[in-house]
Design a protein. Structure first.
Length: 289
């Protein structure tokens, strides 16, 4: 019975995290993010007054535009982004599957109940009346304040390992399970393990900059190697562990050979050999696979 429940859990994790999100604002089919204006930048992690950081992303949306639900789920409650009331002090919290987000600066159609992906969820409030000249936008932030940027864009990652065209995730073996959040000796797996046979070619999942080499264990064993890769469009980054990189820095194109899978069987005999992929902010990368 335990095995059956575990299989069902793995299937659920794979299904609910299958993103990406739908269009959020009418007139912005690509979910373009606000760049820099006189009031700052709309990307995740941008600087804010008082030494704070921006913990969401600002999706461009003209005042009065229709706003859509990015995924199917339940509207849980109203949220107010500001302590003092103004013309844009409104929003909601939406939860569905593996996602929980707050959407600011919209007038919701309702503050509770089910809603489907792509259904009208509200209207963009008059941001220009509060911040004249700003790029009007819906602020979207994950409830756990992790980076939501990768969910905004339809482009998925390319094949990661030769022989695994679907980026299948390691199931459960005697060493544990490969899905995001799986138990790890009192901890949680903060990445996903993409199945990859020892010696296989490993490819860049997206175009970006190889920033540096990483050492996942720090003990110099046979698989203690990998890289940090940054996506230049969004600034998000991932770590790929247990590979021998072709190089430790420089630009690389999506689908290009980035390295070779190291001999995991030598360290963990009988394990499902895999490339471990982890978002730098520890958010769930499964939806990109």
């Amino acid at each position: 019975m335990f095995s059956l429940r575990l299989i069902v859990l793995v299937a659920l994790v794979s299904t609910v995290a299958a993103g990406p999100w739908g269009q959020i604002c009418a007139g912005n089919s690509g979910n373009r993010v606000r760049g820099r204006d006189n009031f700052g930048s709309g990307v995740y992690g941008a600087s804010r007054s008082g030494g704070r950081k921006h913990r969401g992303v600002d999706v461009i949306c003209s005042d009065g535009s229709t706003v859509y639900a990015p995924f199917s789920g339940t509207i849980e409650r109203r949220v107010n982004p500001y302590k003092k009331n103004n013309a844009i002090n409104n929003g909601l919290q939406l939860r569905g599957g593996a996602f929980c987000i707050q959407m600011f600066y919209i007038k919701p159609m309702k503050y509770s109940g089910r809603i489907n992906k792509g259904e009208k969820i509200g209207v963009m409030l008059p941001m220009q009346s509060v911040y004249r000249g700003i790029t009007s936008h819906v602020h979207v932030q994950n409830c756990d304040l992790s980076n939501p940027t990768h969910n905004l864009f339809a482009a998925r990652w390319a094949q990661i390992c030769d022989g695994n065209a679907l980026n299948s995730v390691r199931g459960c073996d005697k060493y544990g399970c490969g899905y995001y959040g799986a138990p790890r000796n009192g901890r949680k797996n903060l990445g996903v393990d993409v199945v990859c046979k020892d010696g296989s070619t490993v490819y860049a999942p997206f175009s970006g900059l190889i920033v540096r080499r990483i050492k996942p264990f720090g003990n110099n064993n046979a698989i203690d190697d990998g890289i940090l890769l940054r996506e230049t469009r969004t600034g998000s980054c991932i770590k790929l562990a247990f590979i021998s990189p072709l190089r430790s820095r420089g630009w690389i194109s999506k689908g290009s050979k980035i390295g070779v899978m190291l001999p995991m069987q030598r360290v963990y005999p009988g394990i499902s050999s895999h490339v471990h992929i982890q978002n730098c902010d520890h958010s769930n990368p499964t939806g990109n696979l």
